[in-house]
Design a protein around this ligand. Structure first.
Ligand SMILES: Cc1cc2nc3c(=O)[nH]c(=O)nc-3n(C[C@H](O)[C@H](O)[C@H](O)COP(=O)(O)OP(=O)(O)OC[C@H]3O[C@@H](n4cnc5c(N)ncnc54)[C@H](O)[C@@H]3O)c2cc1C
Length: 471
C-alpha cells in the first residue's frame, strides 16, 4: 500500500480510556465491530502498514462466534461448523497453527420424534399413526423434509444465479413457492420447524434457494469440521495479532464525514478522527449508528434494512443420568412442539455430555418472550414430553441471539419481495464507495456467494481492499 501522510502528518485524536491508548496518535482506519469481518479487515490493513483501531461495543471479540466454558465443558453457542470449502478460514486456521477435528455427529436416523407430544423412534416413523403425510413424503423424516423440497425444486445452478433477472419471480415467500410446487400444508407445517429461517412465510424463496445452492457448492467441496479448542480460538488469535489496537466496551454511535476522512463518535462521548472507516456490525445494528453527511445511504440500506436476522435461542443442558436408557429412545429429539430440536452432544469417549435445545425463528421468538424463564421452561417442557428426563437434567447455559446487545440475531435473511432491492443495493456499492471514499461496510450480510464465517471473512477482505486506496 502506498501511504500518504494525512493532514500533513498526524491526525489528532483524543481517546481517553482506551486500553494502552496514546492520547495523540495517527489512526488511518477505524474498524467498527470485532467479529470475524471486522478482525479480518483490520488484519488485512495492518499487514499493509496501516494504523488500525478496532472499536468493539461488547466486552469480548468474536461476535457471533462464542465458545463457552462451564462445569469443565467447552461448547459452542454460536458458529460451530467450518466447511472444507471455506478457503479464507482454512488459510487463517493454518496460519495461526490451529487445528480442526471431526464433528462426531450421530447418524441422522438415530433420533426420537415427538409429534403431537407422542414419542416415536425415527425408525418407526413411516408406519407411525402420528404420521399423516402422504407419499412421497411419508417415508421422509420431518427434519429432512425442507432440505429435500429445496433440493427437488431449486432451479439455481449456482448461488450467483439468484441475481439473474429470469429468477426474479422466485422472490415470493418460501411458503408460497413450495405450496405452488404442490407441497401439502401438513408437509409445510413440519418443514417449518427448525428451519434456518424465522418462518417459511417471512423469508424470500429466492434467498432460501440461493443459500441452498451455496450449501450444495460447499458440500461438493468436502465436509465440515470443528475447530479444536473451540471456535473462539480463531477470533482470539486474530485479535492477539492486532494487539492493543482493539478497544473493547467502545460502542460507536455516529460516523460523520469530514472534508477529508471521518469523525467517529463513541456512545460514551469519546471521539476520534480517521482517514477511513469500515462498519462491520450485524445488519440489525447498522441503523443504530448515525451516518452524518454520508451520501447515498438509502441506496445501499436495503442490504441491512430488507434483511431481518434469524432468531436463534439455545438452552444447554447437562444430563445427570442417561434418561434415554429408561425410555429406550435415542437421546437426540426432534419435535413439532415448543422444544423443536434437542441435540445429544457426545464427548471424545462417545458419552452424551450435553443436550442442546435449539430453537429457530418462531420458537426462538417465543423463547425471547420467556426471558430469564427460558431455562426452567426448557427443563419443564422436556420433562412433560419426555417424563424419563424429570429431575435428570440441569441447565448449563442459555443464549438468545436476538437479545444479545450489538448482535440482534443469527443470520441475515431476505424478506419476500425484497431481493430486487437487495440486488439494486449491491449494484450501487461502487457508486457509494466513490461518493464516500474511505467508507466501507463489512459483515456476513454483505456477501452472497459463501456462507457464515467465510462470508464474514470475505466481506472483511473486500472492505479492506475498498478503503486501501485512500491510505
Ligand atoms: C447460533 C449460531 C450458529 C452459527 N453457526 C455457524 C456455523 O456453524 N458455520 C458458519 O459458518 N457460520 C455460523 N454462524 C454464522 C457466523 O457466526 C456469522 O456469520 C459470523 O460470525 C458473523 O461475523 P460478523 O463479523 O459479520 O458479525 P458479528 O460476529 O456479529 O460481529 C459484529 C460485532 O460488531 C459489534 N458491534 C455491533 N454494534 C457495534 C457498535 N455500534 N460499535 C462497536 N461494535 C459494534 C458486535 O458486538 C459484534 O462483536 C452461526 C451463527 C449463530 C448465531
Amino acid at each position: 500500500m502506498r501511504r500518504r501522510d494525512w493532514l500533513g502528518g498526524l491526525a489528532l485524536v483524543s481517546v481517553p480510556g482506551l486500553v494502552h491508548a496514546r492520547r495523540t496518535e495517527r489512526i488511518d482506519v477505524v474498524v467498527v465491530g470485532a467479529g470475524l469481518a471486522g478482525l479480518e479487515a483490520a488484519l488485512q490493513l495492518q499487514s499493509q502498514g496501516a494504523k488500525v483501531r478496532v472499536f468493539e461495543a461488547g466486552q469480548r471479540v468474536g461476535g457471533r462466534v462464542r465458545t463457552i466454558e462451564a462445569e469443565g465443558m467447552r461448547f459452542e453457542t454460536g458458529a460451530t461448523e467450518i466447511a472444507d470449502s471455506y478457503a479464507r478460514c482454512q488459510k487463517r486456521i493454518s496460519e495461526f497453527g490451529l487445528t480442526l477435528k471431526a464433528t462426531g455427529s450421530p447418524p441422522a436416523r438415530e433420533l426420537t420424534l415427538c409429534i403431537d407430544d407422542e414419542l416415536i423412534d425415527a425408525s418407526q416413523w413411516a408406519g407411525a399413526k402420528a404420521n399423516t403425510l402422504d407419499e412421497p413424503w411419508r417415508a421422509q423424516l420431518p427434519p429432512m423434509l425442507l432440505g429435500g423440497l429445496l433440493q427437488r425444486h431449486n432451479p439455481l445452478a449456482t448461488s450467483g444465479d439468484w441475481a439473474l433477472d429470469r429468477h426474479a419471480n422466485l422472490d415470493i415467500s418460501l411458503y408460497e413457492f413450495l405450496r405452488d410446487k404442490g407441497t401439502p400444508a401438513n408437509v409445510l407445517a413440519l418443514a417449518d420447524v427448525g428451519a434456518n429461517y424465522n418462518a417459511l412465510h417471512s423469508t424470500s424463496a429466492l434467498d432460501a434457494l440461493r443459500r441452498d445452492a451455496m450449501r450444495k457448492d460447499a458440500s461438493a467441496a468436502g465436509g465440515v469440521k470443528l475447530l479444536d479448542g473451540g471456535s473462539s480460538r480463531l477470533p482470539e488469535a486474530m485479535a492477539q495479532r492486532l494487539g492493543d489496537q482493539i478497544a473493547l466496551n467502545s460502542e460507536v454511535a455516529s460516523i460523520a464525514r469530514l472534508r477529508r476522512g471521518y469523525r467517529i463518535a463513541l456512545a460514551d462521548g469519546r471521539s476520534v478522527e480517521t482517514r477511513a472507516v469500515i462498519v462491520a456490525v450485524p445488519c440489525a445494528r447498522t441503523d443504530a449508528i448515525s451516518l452524518v453527511d454520508v451520501e447515498h445511504v438509502d441506496s445501499i440500506a436495503p442490504l441491512w434494512r430488507a434483511r431481518p436476522m434469524t432468531a436463534i435461542s439455545q438452552v444447554h443442558l447437562r444430563p445427570l443420568a442417561p434418561f434415554w436408557m429408561d425410555d429406550g429412545l435415542p437421546a437426540t429429539m426432534w419435535s413439532d412442539g415448543a422444544l423443536e430440536r434437542v441435540f445429544a452432544i457426545r464427548n471424545a469417549t462417545g458419552e452424551v455430555e450435553r443436550l442442546l435445545v435449539w430453537l429457530n425463528g418462531k420458537g426462538a421468538q417465543r423463547a425471547d418472550n420467556l426471558g430469564s424463564e427460558l431455562a426452567s421452561f426448557a427443563k419443564l417442557e422436556l420433562a412433560r414430553v419426555r417424563p424419563a428426563s424429570r429431575g435428570k437434567v440441569e441447565v448449563l447455559h442459555t443464549v438468545q441471539w436476538s437479545q444479545v446487545p450489538g448482535i440482534g440475531g443469527a443470520y441475515a435473511e431476505v424478506s419476500p419481495g425484497q431481493s430486487r432491492a437487495v440486488k439494486a443495493a449491491l449494484n450501487t456499492l461502487p457508486a457509494f464507495a466513490s461518493a464516500n471514499r474511505g467508507l466501507a461496510f463489512a459483515g456476513e450480510h454483505m456477501v452472497f456467494d459463501v456462507p457464515g464465517i467465510e462470508a464474514a471473512l470475505a466481506s472483511g477482505e473486500r472492505a479492506a481492499a475498498g478503503v486501501a486506496g485512500v491510505l
